[in-house]
Ligand binder design. Structure first.
Ligand code: GRF
Length: 194
């Protein structure tokens, strides 16, 4: 177990239900791996992640796109919480360049497909799984990667795959992908970024 003074602070940026955010918060608490989620940033007041973070007693800041894109506001917030690592977990906005510059190789995203397949603009959430099913893929998976200025193109850190059968619907694939995310995302963060 790492001591308190080496504890790395994680900020999670999310826009949706927040199942990944909750898994990461719990994993860091339960595994004493040297990290804790100190802050959740969300751009949608009605997103499930807001309620989840509150329930888990993690500070959550709901911010507009303009606030997120304002360097003074955003870097000030990340400094206030002494953030070391930024994790995107279903965050639907582009991360401003000033965050990528400040947190070089410390901004990580999870994408619900085997990149480079089914990545890029418009490829998020259920859209990805619908495209996978429509193309008759026999395998899909997750990609954990560094965030760069180009959507879904940063260096790949980890991938895991799962079979897709011809009977699977997009909802079935989504369930399988969420199971993979639960199995790997927090662990990879702790092993590669803390
Ligand atoms: C996940 O499938 C993640 O891979 C993708 O968006 C989804 C977010 O789900 N980037 P949740 O909000 O964490 O439940």
């Amino acid at each position: 177990m790492k001591t308190k003074c080496t504890m790395k602070k994680i900020a999670i940026f999310a826009s949706g239900a927040g199942s990944n955010a909750e898994n990461i918060i719990r994993y860091m608490r339960e595994n004493q791996c040297g990290g804790e989620v100190a802050l959740v940033v969300c751009n949608r007041p009605d997103a499930g992640v807001v309620e989840r973070a509150r329930r888990l007693d993690v500070p959550v800041h709901v911010m507009t796109r303009a606030e997120i894109n304002d360097a003074c506001t955003m870097l000030g917030l990340l400094d206030e919480y002494s953030i070391d690592v930024v994790v995107l977990a279903g965050f639907l906005l582009m991360v401003p360049t000033f965050i990528l510059d400040r947190y070089k190789d410390k901004v990580v995203n999870i994408h619900p497909s085997l990149l480079p397949k089914y990545g890029g603009k418009g490829m998020y959430g259920r859209h990805v799984h619908e495209a996978v099913v429509a193309a008759g893929e026999t395998v899909s998976g997750i990609t954990i990667h560094l965030v760069s200025e180009v959507c879904d193109e940063g260096r790949i850190v980890f991938q895991a795959s799962v079979p897709v059968s011809s009977a699977d619907t997009a909802a079935d694939v989504e369930r399988k992908i969420h199971a993979l995310e639960r199995e790997h995302f927090a662990r990879v963060i702790s092993e590669e970024f803390l």
